[in-house]
Design a protein around this ligand. Structure first.
Ligand code: S3P
Length: 429
């Protein structure tokens, strides 16, 4: 299944429920593992990235049972983890390695974190610098920049830290280390990144407060278990939104989508491109707003200019936004998105290369790209670059093309969305 053929389609309709949110699933396992006692996680995302987090905590001595329905986690408290007997492999998951670095910095033992080829080329100085200032001893490959990371933690002091980039992984890593430091640790972001940690940690009893772009945690408190229900992932839903909007006459109802305002930049961007999208049945699940989203491919999309504060709120949706732009009327410009260069792949270079193969005119900038919309995409043989979101974005491009597009490296979808091709098949047949 590493090579998949996608036939262009004129039909795209149905009702879909996206997989559980990846960021929230990771955090549910992290915080439950650090709590003292037994809690549960329902609708946990069973995909490669979040399973990396589950395996990591098992190797730190946490009892995690999963019958495929409910995950039961019996944590031993923030000071109850034990030294792992081997290197911890975080796979492809940046969230696992960066958040775990924060936790392990607080623990007085030795641990080594590594990952796959992609993860071992992603920047880690962004967590090593603040965690070292708090007192952890961390060394890493290539001048302390890339995994593997070797950590000897313990004896942390609190920190006030201005983050150079908006990153929920860096913010969460420092806040988790802050749980182990006596006193107040404060992180300040240049723009607001996703706030799932800030919403969920207080439910476990952490002393945490948010004041504008500052988040403060007071260390030294035990966490207590909570029963968490994970809502659906807007980042996975986005592929269905765009498919519905670029295929004329298409229509989908996407159920149970987390619409946390730090994640909804894609809805805002698509609406400003003229998309017909309705948000219905808004409710609360485990402290997160959730809704059903109806999308209809009624009128064609028009181009848009993206940059500034909206960028962190659609950071994972840029690959699919590029596909929407490729099919919109006019030139779409994306700037201020240099973080895309250090994701699971260089997503600026990857989307430019793959959409060009389908006949799209694209200019690349260090921090974004401009895409001239075209009425029709030419089918091609395209690559996922080992990146789940590139594989899924190019699948939607293939659906909108006339003819057969081949996606090489299609199995990358298993990182966040194992049922992706089945769900696409159901809507397009
Ligand atoms: C995530 C944060 C984002 C996002 C990633 C998940 C998280 O990364 O791209 O997919 O769960 O905290 P950055 O923190 O690097 O922006």
């Amino acid at each position: 299944m590493d090579r998949i053929e996608i036939k262009g389609t004129k039909v795209f309709r149905g009702e879909v429920t996206p997989p559980p949110d990846k960021s929230i699933s990771h955090r549910a396992v992290f915080f439950s593992s650090l709590a003292k006692g037994t809690g549960s996680v329902r609708n946990f995302l069973r995909a490669q990235d979040t399973l990396s987090t589950m395996h990591a905590f098992r190797s730190l001595g946490v009892d995690i049972r999963d019958d495929g329905q409910v995950m039961i986690v019996t944590g031993k408290g923030i000071h109850g983890l034990s030294e792992p007997s081997d290197v911890i492999n975080c796979g492809n998951s940046g969230t696992t390695i960066r958040l775990l670095s924060g936790v392990l910095s607080g623990n007085p033992f030795f641990s080594v974190l590594t990952g796959d080829d992609s993860l071992r080329s992603r920047p880690m100085a962004r967590v090593i610098t603040p965690l070292s200032r708090m007192g952890a001893v961390i060394t890493a490959r290539a001048g302390d920049r890339y995994p593997p990371l070797a950590i000897r933690g313990g004896g942390l002091k609190p920190l006030s830290y201005e983050m150079p980039m908006a990153s929920a992984q860096v913010k969460s890593s420092i806040l988790l280390a802050g749980l182990y430091a006596g006193g107040e640790t404060v992180v300040t972001e240049p723009a607001r990144s996703r706030d799932h940690t800030e919403r969920m940690l207080p439910a476990f009893g952490a002393d945490l407060r948010v004041d504008g772009l500052n988040v403060t945690v007071r260390g030294g408190r035990d966490l207590s278990p909570v029963d968490i229900v994970v809502p659906g992932d807007i980042s996975s839903a986005a592929f269905f939104m765009v498919a519905a909007l670029v295929i004329p006459g298409a229509e989908v109802m996407i159920r149970n989508v987390c619409i946390n305002p730090t994640r909804t930049g894609i809805i805002e961007a698509l609406r400003s491109m003229g998309a017909v999208m309705k948000t219905e049945n808004v409710r609360d699940i485990s402290g997160e707003p959730v809704a059903d989203i109806y999308c209809r491919g009624e009128a064609g999309l028009k181009s848009v200019e993206i940059g500034g504060e909206i960028v962190p709120s659609l950071i994972d949706e840029f690959p699919i936004l590029c596909v929407a732009a490729a099919l919109a009327d006019g030139v779409t410009t994306i700037r201020g998105a240099e973080e895309l260069r250090v994701k699971e792949s260089d997503r600026i270079a990857a989307m430019a290369a793959e959409l060009r193969k389908m006949g799209v005119e694209i200019e690349e900038f260090p921090d974004g790209l401009s895409i001239r919309g075209t009425g029709r995409l030419t089918p091609a043989v395209v690559e996922s670059h080992g990146d789940h979101r590139i594989a899924m974005a190019m699948t939607v491009a293939g659906l909108a093309a006339e003819g057969v597009t081949v996606i090489q490296g299609a199995s990358a979808v298993g990182i966040s969305f194992p049922d992706f091709f089945d769900m696409i098949g159901r809507c397009s047949s």
